[in-house]
Design a protein around this ligand. Structure first.
Ligand code: AGP
Length: 601
């Protein structure tokens, strides 16, 4: 969603800020803006609707040389995408410039209570924040006090990451956060602020992470931290061990393809990290906390929820723990009866999904134990849960999640095995699976052909499957929907006759996922029924259940290995979505209206 970059240092701020915004593009946005206090004393504010490159074109005509500034990509929540609503916003007297991620839930009330005499230039909730700072400063407060007073007026439901510049002291950046991520990057030549480390890795990998309610005042030489009570506090920066090349597309046309291709490597990395002497190793404290539970509740959103559906089966079958998977945004406001000794597992790529954080806040109040499995460690969900485990997918940039989904499933498999004890063949099985994943990835030319023939020109499609394959149909449908804008449904094949089959017309693509021996025949019959009504049928089948006329044949998974069917199926469903989007000449990595990390509810 929205992205923040700020710079104060010895070099020219503009290239750094624009470069940072480019790195934040993957998060999803619809307008962008930048403010620089120039060396010759001018306040330069440029905003544009659309992409960062549109902002860059506009900026090219401006003289914006200066050593400090702030920049933002906005994903509209209050007010449509427009130049007026883009950040930074300015106080009425033109003294303060502010960017904001999050939502100020009580902005209407604040506007009525404090700002009835102010003429607003935008429809945003954010403008209220900067107008309040201006108002309090006008009344005689120093900037830090005015900033703090504004923050203290925000209600508990609000979330924010703020970055403010006072044009009277432009080399200082004021920043604060609550429920929205924010990092201060430190270096010899400059200090910077960002909502996402990716944006500033070319300058530094050393970060101070702001805690909720803290304020930082940053100059090029120093970072002053103030805790919630306004007391000075200190914290050592942490070093983010990340290779900037990992956030580069290299020779790939899109990040999504690169990330799909990396999945066998992700599997190997997980094996290397989690296995010692051939056995899965998970912190004993985590295992013992989970073993005390009478039920596991896995809570997640979107693709991560789909990974939970797959993981659930392993916790039940291997570890013998009754397990439920829940959609975070639903659980937050409408949860089922919770068992006597629940244990909560949160699954997230970003670790910053507002819906999941809302549930974590709730279960912490109830003193229920929790574990987060996330790709971004040091994120809110990993920090706030009792325990955290990394899924080690490496930076995932494309909005459509692929390798993180794979890593989330595999991490659950490893955790379930560790809980169960035994499973001394798992390392070998996962190593074999990594080879199989590579085989499927290498066969992608065929998958591209099928996408071109079946999906690129279709306006709707259906995925069907039974048992574990039914779970995968949900992710298959989501992937295809989000990047190709096709209307797709994924559901249990047995449900066709209970309604959906009426949608089948001549040439409607119906794709069957078949990796479960018990239900393979039934799914095939259901597919036949759609063909009898004109459907253009495609099959994705594991070799042991395949016949020569199947379309995508995955490596065989015999006996117990069958449980890994959803893992192999992940690759063709991702590639079908990728090549459909590509065939339609869409922006695969940046689907419309979507954000990588959904930090508002
Ligand atoms: C899927 O491709 C999406 N990117 C989306 O569904 C995502 O999985 C969801 O928003 C949850 O995000 P998280 O894993 O960062 O919590």
């Amino acid at each position: 969603m929205c992205g923040i970059v700020g710079y104060t240092g010895v070099n020219d701020a503009l290239p750094f800020l624009l470069g940072g915004l480019e790195k934040l593009e993957y998060r999803g946005y619809d307008s962008a803006g930048v403010y620089i206090h120039t060396d010759d004393g001018h306040d330069m504010l440029v905003k544009e609707k659309g992409r960062v490159k549109d902002l860059e074109k506009k900026v090219a005509n401006c003289k914006m040389q200066g050593h400090s500034g702030i920049a933002h990509t906005r994903w509209a929540t209050h007010g449509q995408p427009s130049i007026e609503n883009a950040h930074p916003h300015i106080s009425a007297d033109g003294r303060y410039y502010l960017v904001h991620n999050g939502v100020i839930e009580n902005y209407k009330q604040l506007k009525a209570d404090y700002l009835s005499d102010v003429v607003f230039k935008s429809q945003t909730d954010t403008e209220v924040a900067v107008q309040l700072v201006g108002k309090f400063a006008d009344a005689g407060m120093d900037t830090l006090s005015a900033f703090r007073k504004m923050i203290n007026l925000l209600n508990d439901d609000s979330s924010y990451a703020f970055l403010l510049i006072d044009a009277k002291t432009p080399s200082l950046l004021y920043t604060a956060k609550c429920k929205s991520p924010l990092l201060v990057g430190v270096s010899r030549t400059a200090n910077v602020v960002t909502s996402d480390a990716m944006a500033v890795l070319n300058l530094t990998k050393d970060f101070i992470e702001l805690r909720d309610g803290e304020i930082a005042v940053i100059s090029k030489e120093s970072v002053e931290l103030y805790d919630v009570a306004g007391q000075r506090s200190t914290r050592q920066p942490f070093h983010l061990d990340i290779d900037p090349a990992a956030v580069d597309k290299g020779t790939y046309p899109f990040f999504m393809l690169k990330e799909i291709d990396e999945q066998a490597i992700v599997a190997r990395n997980l094996i290397e990290h989690y296995f010692v002497n051939g056995l899965p190793q998970i912190d004993e404290k985590i295992l013992s906390a989970i073993k005390q539970a009478d039920r596991l509740y896995i809570v997640a959103a979107g693709t991560s929820y789909h990974a939970a559906l797959i993981g659930r089966r392993f916790f039940e079958k291997w570890a013998g723990i009754p397990t439920e998977a829940h959609i975070a945004s639903e659980f937050a406001y409408d949860h089922p009866l919770i068992s006597k000794k629940p244990f909560f597992v949160f699954i997230s790529q970003s670790g910053e999904t507002a819906d999941s954080i809302q549930v974590l806040d709730f279960i912490k109040k109830e003193h229920y134990p929790s574990l987060t499995l996330a790709n971004v460690m040091n994120s809110t969900l990993t920090r706030e849960a009792d325990f955290a485990l990394p899924i080690l997918a490496g930076p995932e940039i494309a909005v459509a999640s692929t390798k993180a989904y794979m890593a989330q499933i595999l991490t659950q498999v490893i955790l379930a095995a560790a809980l169960a004890g035994g499973h001394d063949q798992l390392q070998a099985e996962l190593s074999r699976l990594a080879i199989d994943l590579q085989t499927v990835i290498d066969g992608q030319d065929k998958i591209k052909e099928l996408a071109d023939t079946y999906l690129v020109h279709a306006d709707r499609a259906f995925y069907i499957g039974r048992a574990a394959d039914a779970d995968v149909t949900l992710e298959a449908a989501l992937k295809l929907k989000e990047i190709s804008y096709t209307l797709v449904e994924g559901f249990a094949a047995g449900e066709l006759k209970h309604g959906t089959i009426s949608l089948i017309e001549q040439n409607t693509p119906v794709i069957a996922l078949i990796s479960q021996s018990k239900t393979a025949g039934l799914t095939r019959s259901n597919l036949e029924e759609t063909m009898a009504r004109g459907a253009k049928a495609m099959t994705i089948v594991t070799k042991n259940l395949a016949s020569s006329d199947d379309d995508i044949i995955l490596p065989a998974l015999n006996g117990e290995m069958e449980m890994f069917g959803p893992i192999l199926e992940a690759v063709p469903i991702q590639l079908l979505a990728y090549y459909t989007s590509l065939g339609r000449k869409l922006d695969v990595d940046h689907p419309r209206n979507l954000a990588k990390s959904v930090t508002v509810q």
